[in-house]
Design a protein around this ligand. Structure first.
Ligand code: ADP
Ligand code: MG
Length: 326
């Protein structure tokens, strides 16, 4: 399909006539801001055979890309507003693929309330797709990795390791059983925790968050390093789903510890004051979202801040892998 037709017919409807998009007919988008607002901007790139496989289909590829990008906004507490799309095309991105790709984007836009405002399109044999996402937040209010404080509790949303096991089950070509399917749906369609982070911010319950994209340990490590504090966490408190437990029972070569460095969870790690513990659990109930307290932040014992992981006998578990390395 010609680039002009692609933009006009396929991408333009995704703007929902948002003024910022200028009808995808000008050189650049223009975002109007209120005085007390800040733009929060993040970018993700998905490359064929690294982040997705072509046979996954356009819907899953596009939906996961936008969902993963939204997760970065969730980590900063911003409200999703706009995104720009970097699109590669070749003879495989035919009408069917495009239709699915757009449907994938639209489903996520409808769920989270944001519009396409521009992008760029090129030809490439190896496909890659990129999104730059824009959210807004009240000036100075963003949740940051370096805002954890001594004695803060560490919370995590949802469950950890499902997406990693979903991918593992795909690699092992287990696709028919229910357990594997449940895990695979977490791999393909993660849930960015936008609602949670907006609520934490509105209720002033947290100042520090990160989303789990590379692995629970790797991402908690970022909080620890940036906030210059140790993190102590307890394996017993880390939430695993029933499908994940069932999968581990059937595949004993995979350990619980592997799930902590698996990545792609797109859950939120955030820290909060001990006095707000109950408020956080009731927020979780209200949002119908499992929130677990997995440990706490402490003054660093050594020069470099570190994570310690303890088993149920309070013995320290040696961490050999933190997360996915790019
Ligand atoms: P230029 O050559 O100046 O980069 P383009 O022809 O690439 O301009 O883009 C024309 C318009 O179409 C711009 O508003 C641009 O944002 C939009 N556009 C191009 N590709 C995409 C895309 N993949 N998704 C959304 N908008 C796009
Ligand atoms: Mg261009």
């Amino acid at each position: 399909m010609q680039e002009f037709r692609l933009i006009e017919k396929i991408f333009k409807p995704l703007t929902n006539q948002n003024k910022a998009a200028q009808g995808l007919a000008d050189d650049a988008a223009r975002i109007a801001l209120k005085k007390d607002e800040e733009l929060v901007i993040s970018k993700d790139i998905f490359v064929e055979n690294v982040h997705f496989l072509f046979p996954d289909g356009g819907f899953k590829i596009a939906a996961k890309l936008l969902r993963a990008n939204l997760s970065d906004l969730a980590a900063s507490g911003a409200k999703p507003r706009y995104y720009m799309l970097g699109f590669s095309k070749n003879d495989r991105t035919d009408e069917k693929f495009l239709k699915e790709f757009v449907a994938g984007l639209k489903s996520v836009q409808d769920e989270f309330g944001l519009d396409l405002i521009g992008g760029d399109t090129i030809f490439s044999e190896q496909l890659f797709f990129s999104i730059t996402i824009f959210g807004t937040i009240k000036k100075g209010k963003a949740l940051c990795r370096n805002h954890a404080q001594n004695d803060d509790l560490i919370f995590v949303s949802g469950t950890i390791g499902d997406a990693f096991l979903g991918l593992t089950s795909l690699q092992k070509k287990i696709s028919t059983d229910k357990t594997a399917q449940a895990l695979q749906s977490q791999h393909f369609l993660p849930t960015p925790r936008i609602k949670l982070s907006q609520a934490l911010l509105a209720k002033n319950l947290s100042k520090c968050a990160i989303d789990v994209s590379d692995g629970l340990l790797a991402d908690l490590n970022h909080i620890s390093t940036e906030s210059k504090l140790d993190a102590e966490i307890y394996l017993e408190e880390i939430p695993f789903s029933q499908p994940a437990r069932d999968f581990l029972d059937k595949n004993p070569e995979i350990k619980k510890l592997d799930l902590l460095s698996g990545g792609d969870d797109y859950e939120l790690i955030f820290t909060a004051k001990n006095k707000d513990r109950e408020k956080i659990f009731s927020l979780g109930k209200k949002l119908k979202l499992n929130l677990s307290c997995i440990g706490k932040m402490k003054k660093p014992a050594h020069k470099n801040p570190a994570i310690s992981l303890f088993d149920k006998e309070n013995k320290k578990i040696k961490i050999t892998k933190f997360g996915y390395e790019h």
